[in-house]
Design a protein around this ligand. Structure first.
Ligand code: PMP
Length: 456
């Protein structure tokens, strides 16, 4: 490394426009510069070690330094560093990768379409859905329903789909025929005394009303993450998908499951759809497909859509969509190695075992804590919402930035978490073991305890 350690922070600030970063925080504190990683741990430029409770950004499922993936990337880069899949071109590894992915799909799927990120994959899904309805001669059936608090990406349309006002306000979004419904957030959105099941029924009624108001002939699809991630880590309340999915089916509205985070084991099943027991028409995968070792995404297309594409396309003309990196051979080699490692290391089985262990350990540590309002999530996705008053659920004033302060205290203790407002979340590498989970919980408790005296 040639970078001057002392000046790294200054050079960063003089050169890099950081995603999702408050300029003032960065100016005051400088960047935290990470330089290496192994297993569930990373090191910063000063040699401090952290347990990475977020697997990077919910993606490094196999942990850092997974040799099989590293070697596959190196070998493929040397053999064939790039070729594309436009105009019927293909590469051997991409063919194998598509086949291996289809074999692992939770329901029969006909094709995969590759991209480089979750955002571009969800943009592709929207276009596939519009293409489908155009081919079927239903030009009005184009609106897409998403939920408030959803995260589906940072593109213009996928930010619009995303249900976070912070991602809309300064960008003149949302645009496009996009509708939002209430987030399935029982803790924050249910009426006083409403059970989870009753809340799910109320959300189903809201959806039904929206469809009636807009007209089913104008609504094309419904997007959902099995467990909402970046919008606050929200697991569906009891009966939610059971209530929602029949309504979609009745009105011929496609269901897109955004499995960018939940795919490849995070919830303790290979796919999130298996945890929530839902059969999607389209699946979006990214992140875990290469364990974050290479930017890659995949849209899974069900026979229902594919049969229409195949039957109608000859008359419609070329499928005029794709990215330079739609089928990158190095990404495919990384994915093939990652998929094999997920099987060989029994990663999904590990999550099924250590996921409940993490939830129990967090509950044991915080059961009676007066500022822990709710602990929620499934598998290796967990959120701990801090509140000023546990009985009334009153939040801390946003300006106190309690979540961020806990995040910083955790970093000082060698633990990386993420603050979604005052909900601290963890989505560690899926290879984490029980003793590392004990360490995560103990460090997190120490961080909360360090901030507690300042909270009055
Ligand atoms: N969907 C979900 C559920 C996500 O969590 C993310 C990213 N966190 C995306 C889509 C977008 O993926 P990317 O950042 O790779 O574009």
């Amino acid at each position: 490394m040639t970078l001057d350690i002392q000046r790294a922070g200054q050079i960063d600030q003089a050169s890099l426009f950081h995603p999702f970063t408050w300029v003032e925080d960065l100016k005051r504190e400088g960047p935290n510069v990470i330089t290496e990683g192994k297993g569930v741990r990373v090191k910063d430029i000063h040699g401090n070690e952290y347990l990475d409770g977020m697997a990077g950004l919910w993606c490094v499922n196999l942990g850092y330094g997974c040799q099989e993936v590293v070697d596959a990337i190196a070998a493929q880069s040397e053999r064939l560093s790039f070729f594309h899949a436009f105009n019927g071109m293909s590469t051997d590894v991409v063919i194998e990768c598509a086949d291996e992915l289809l074999k692992r799909a939770p329901v029969p799927m006909s094709r995969v379409f590759f991209g480089a990120s979750g955002s571009d994959a969800n943009e592709t899904q929207i276009k596939l859905i519009w293409y489908y309805n155009n081919l079927l001669g239903r030009p009005k059936k184009k609106k897409i329903i998403a939920r408030w608090n959803a995260y589906h990406g940072s593109g213009v349309l996928t930010s619009s789909l995303t249900g976070l006002p912070g991602m809309h306000n300064l960008f003149d979004l949302p645009i496009g025929p996009i509708l939002h419904v209430t987030a399935p957030h029982h803790y924050r959105k249910a009426a006083e005394g409403q059970s989870e099941r009753e809340f799910s029924r109320a959300l189903a009624a809201e959806l039904e009303e929206l469809i009636a108001r807009e007209g089913a002939d104008t609504i094309a699809a419904f997007f959902a993450e099995p467990v909402m991630g970046a919008g606050g880590l929200i697991a569906p309340p009891e009966g939610y998908f059971e209530e929602i999915v029949p309504i979609l089916r009745r009105h011929d509205i496609l269901l897109v499951l955004d499995e960018v985070v939940s795919g490849f084991g995070r919830l303790g099943t290979y796919w999130g759809s298996q945890t929530i027991n839902v059969e999607p028409d389209l699946i979006t995968a990214a992140k875990g497909v290469t364990s974050g070792y290479f930017p890659m995404s995949a849209c899974f297309i069900s026979p229902k859509l594919w049969e229409v594409f195949e039957a109608e396309a000859p008359r419609a003309g070329v499928f005029a969509h794709g990215y330079t990196y739609s089928a990158h051979p190095v990404g495919a080699a990384a994915a093939l190695a990652a998929l094999k490692a997920i099987d060989d290391k029994k990663v999904v089985e590990n999550v099924a075992e250590v996921g409940p262990y993490l939830h129990q350990a967090m509950r044991n540590a915080f059961a009676d804590d007066p500022i822990v309002g709710e602990i929620r999530g499934i598998g290796l996705m967990i959120g701990i919402e801090l509140v000023k008053n546990k009985a009334t659920k009153e939040p801390f004033p946003a300006s106190d930035r309690v979540g961020r302060r806990v995040l910083q205290a955790a970093a000082q203790k060698g633990l990386i978490t993420r603050a979604l407002g005052d909900t601290l979340v963890f989505a560690p590498p899926l290879v984490i073991n029980k003793s590392e989970i004990d360490e995560l919980v103990q460090k997190f408790k120490a961080a909360v305890d360090a901030v507690r005296p300042e909270l009055g």
